[in-house]
Design a protein around this ligand. Sequence first.
Ligand SMILES: *Cc1c(COP(=O)(O)O)cnc(C)c1O
Length: 230
Amino acid sequence: MTGKIKENIKDVQKQITEAAQGCGRNPDEITLVAVSKKKSVDTILNAIEDGVQILGENYIQEAVDKIEKIGKLRSIWHFIGHLQSNKAKLAVKYFDLIHTVDSLKLAKEINRQAEKVGKIQNILIQINVSQEETKSGTNEAEAIKLAEAVSHLKHLSLRGVMGMPPFFDDPERARPYLRKLARVRDAIKIVNIPGIFMDQLSMGMSDDFKVAIEEGSTMVRIGTAIFGSR
Ligand SMILES: *Cc1c(COP(=O)(O)O)cnc(C)c1O
C-alpha cells in the first residue's frame, strides 16, 4: 500500500511539473496539498515519509484527532472543508491556512480567535464559481467587498481565493469555471486593497488539476490521485 502511495505522489508531482512547463510556468509556483480526509493516521504518516509536506483536511474533529497524533513538526495542515463559526477556534489552533472563508461573520470570528492566541491566520476566500445552491462560497462582487472588510481585520492575512467547479467527466468542461475563478482573484487584486495578498489561487483536484494549472492555479488539492478512492 505504501509503495503505491509513494508511486502516486511521484506521478502527481511529475504531472504537475509537466503541466506547468507545458504552459510556460515555473513548477515551483505550484503547491501540492495532499487531501487526506477519511485516511488513517498510518496512511498519512506514510505519505509524509514519502515526501508530502502539506495535508488538507475537510472535517474539523477528524482533523484535530489526526493532527494531535501526527503533530505539526513534520507537516503543515490546511483546512479545506466548510467551516462553521463555532469551530473557528479549533481551525485557528491547528491550521496554517483556511481555504474556505465565505462570509464576514466567519472571518470576524476567525480574527477574534486568532487575536486571543496572538496569531496572524492565513486565509483564502472561497468563491462559488458554479453558483450551485448546494456549494459554499461567495460571488465576485461579494468577494471584493469581503476582501475589503477582511483587510481591516488585523489578525487575518488574506492570501487569495479558492474554488471548486462542478464535477465533469471531461476536465475540459471545468475550464470555464477555473478561468472564472482566476478572474475573480485578478478582480480583487486589481482593486489594490492595502494589507492583503492575492498571490494564491487554490483550484484543481485529482480530475482537473492539469487544466487548473493551465488556468493559473498555485495550489492543487489532490486526494484520490494520491491516496486512492475514499
Ligand atoms: C475532497 C476534496 C478535494 C480532493 O478531491 P480529489 O478528487 O479526491 O482529489 C479537494 N478539495 C476539496 C475542497 C475537497 O473536499
